[in-house]
Ligand binder design. Sequence first.
Ligand SMILES: C[S@@+](CC[C@H](N)C(=O)[O-])C[C@H]1O[C@@H](n2cnc3c(N)ncnc32)[C@H](O)[C@@H]1O
Length: 348
Amino acid sequence: MSDEITQQEQNNFLMVFGGHILFQTLYAAVELELFDKLLECKELSLAQISELLGIQQQPARILLLGLVSTGILKRNEEGLYANTPVAEVFLTSRSPKNLLNYVKLQHHVMYRGMFHFLDSLKAYKNIGLKEIPGDEPTLYQRLGHDPKLKQIFQDAMHELSVHANADLAKNLDLSDVKFLVDVGGGDGTNAIELVRKFPNLNAAVFDLPAVSPIANKKIHESQLSDRISVIPGNCFEDDFPTNADCFLFCHFCTIWSAEKNKTLFNKAYKALPKNGKIIIFNMMQDSAETGPLTAAIGSPYFLSIATGEGMLYTWKEYETWLSESGFSDIKMIRLERDHGAIIGVKES
Ligand SMILES: C[S@@+](CC[C@H](N)C(=O)[O-])C[C@H]1O[C@@H](n2cnc3c(N)ncnc32)[C@H](O)[C@@H]1O
């Protein structure tokens, strides 16, 4: 039986089996800024690394073994350590594609909450949220109690979204849109990117009141306060503005159950004028329901921690829900990093 398993298959299994340990190895290296130090010096010996990180050589060896065996660092025959391209792209602060804040968020939120995944599966509820102080039902509301955690969350979202959103802006034509409402727009990254690209566009960031100061600050710093407003509110409890000709849901529908998404799409449809648009943008699951890995990693977080109900839905599901709400002329745009956009129009 074991003869039938290749080394690669065994390694894949071990990456899952020891995933919690390997993740903490990665997190420690990020906090110790090892990858930046290696970028600066190109190659370092164990003794140099231990001195630069301020830890003894024996624990440094353990840290380095985890990083070399997983292909994050490399070690040459003289025993010198260096970043691999993966480390340079994702783990050095100078790289525009780095995920350093996201690694920190994984440690502070996902890692802790996922301990309760089994209970969350059985209860169909975000039992893992008990790791975060507060008594509100969603992570987003509880973040309001902890300014440090709220900032880590927003920084990580910004990091994850900034390239994806730039990609969206590049591939989207909003030249006929006058006023876009970005539902769950967070710190305003999307709205800023979009109004910069489309000179005739104004926008509003519609997000929970706890997020408004962060969005206001960013919009102000971008000198776009005359074109982007902030609407503090809860999209399920408060009315949608009726002066928008486009609703954008960016990294948002994954948070909620199918029923709640359908409610939001119906609400957007009612608030839009004829020819108004709805745009949904996030990571997508293949309609065949076999991946990608990003969907498999992202989905348990929504069940176990964020809200207890969302996941990364398939292209097909979004298409069906939009047409059930009345939208037509539905277009799908496949983008990098397993992202995609679906656009529907309220036709006259
Ligand atoms: C995953 S973040 C996405 C942020 C942003 N759209 C982006 O693409 O980077 C989800 C956002 O939804 C907001 N949110 C959560 N529940 C909400 C609700 N009921 N009404 C409005 N916004 C909400 C959160 O505060 C958070 O900023």
